[in-house]
Design a protein around this ligand. Structure first.
Ligand SMILES: [Zn+2]
Length: 352
């Protein structure tokens, strides 16, 4: 048992147990005890190596093991193995070693007691109800229910009974959607080598008209960094879109090599095409057969919507105030933005 704190008031960190092999059963008691110490220090090495720890045993002669001089003995060999640790062996009477004692007798307990008596059908039903149907259970699936029960109870064929129970659960049948597991075939797609080499443009529409007369969001995403820019706009005609694109993206982040859009009317018009031509941007379109090539930007719309949902007012007419705040700052600048609370200097008072 690995525990922390002063002996007698220590708190358990982890339990471990192993069994002796045939040869080891013939060892003397001292040898068995020290073997256990060697085994346990190896097992808990990540916690013990490099720090001082106490080995508490109910076997008193173990304290004297440090004085063994016989070079042929196993005890000396093991002591040398333990030399890389900074430890101290102390003795404690059996009655004080209660936590470990219970553990070391687990094997004999389960053989002596007849578990089937303790877990009659009624008791099992109660446990299953508690771990599956109750609000704490939350109608979890077989694996989770099983794991939760196992943390406190165990009986033979438990898993099979849990499977049957969950399968027959009425509430699960009614409320759970069956989600077939899809595995999309892996496809090699090309990703830009530099930020702002290739970008996506899209429009989220239509949204409730805001007090600032905005109804759409022009979204822009960089293919490599997935950096997103969202711009609230009032109309989605080609001219407005082109203007917003130039003002909010090109003038801030520089010109782009390739820009990909869907087949939305605002992007295929002459105005938008000419704007791109003028700026020497290669404009490409996702085809109707492969709309998934726009998948990443479409996915970012969901994140944006989830974000806005936390902050908009009840009639949802102020979403455009929150859009500019949606910035994946770290993606582009490589470090998290410093928030006011982390700023060391308080603002200076101004006297006028
Ligand atoms: Zn259920």
């Amino acid at each position: 048992m690995l525990s922390q704190g002063p002996v007698g008031h220590d708190l358990t960190v982890a339990f471990a147990s192993g069994s002796l092999n045939n040869a080891e059963t013939h060892y003397t008691t001292s040898e068995k005890e020290l073997l256990a110490v060697v085994w346990a220090t190896k097992y808990f090495r990540p916690y013990l190596y490099g720090r001082r720890f106490k080995t508490v045993s109910d076997h008193k002669p173990l304290v004297w093991v440090m004085n063994v001089k016989d070079p042929r003995s196993r005890l000396l060999r093991w002591r040398i193995q333990l030399a890389e640790y900074d430890y101290e062996i102390t003795h404690r009477r059996v009655s004080q070693n209660t936590n470990v004692d219970a553990l070391s007798r687990i094997g004999s307990v389960s053989k002596e007691d007849d578990l089937s008596d303790e877990y009659d059908e009624d008791r099992k039903k109660k446990i299953l109800y508690e771990f599956h149907d109750s609000p704490v259970g939350g109608h979890t699936g077989v694996n989770k229910t099983c794991r939760a029960i196992k943390s406190q109870y165990s009986w033979p064929n438990m898993r099979r009974e849990v499977e049957e129970y969950v399968e027959q659960c009425r509430s699960c049948q009614v409320h759970k959607m069956l989600t077939p597991k899809h595995k999309a075939p892996m496809e090699i797609t090309t990703t830009a080598e530099h930020t702002f080499d290739k970008c996506y443009l899209d429009i989220v529409s239509p949204l409730p008209v805001t007090q600032g007369n905005n109804k759409y969001i022009l979204t822009f995403q960089d293919d490599l960094s997935k950096y997103v820019v969202a711009v609230p706009i009032g109309h989605q005609d080609a001219e407005t879109v082109a203007r917003a694109f130039v003002a909010n993206i090109l003038l801030k982040y520089g010109t782009l090599c390739i820009i990909q859009t869907d087949q939305g009317a605002n992007f295929v018009t002459k105005v938008f095409r000419n704007t791109c031509k003028m700026l020497k941007i290669n404009k490409i379109q996702s085809t109707a057969f492969h709309p998934e090539s726009q998948g990443s930007i479409e996915r970012s719309h969901r994140v944006l919507a989830e974000y806005l949902r936390h902050y908009v007012n009840e009639d949802q007419t102020n979403w455009d105030e929150w859009v500019p705040l949606f910035t994946p700052f770290e993606l582009l600048f490589g470090c998290p933005s410093v928030l006011p609370s982390a700023s060391k200097k308080p603002p200076e008072p101004q006297y006028k």
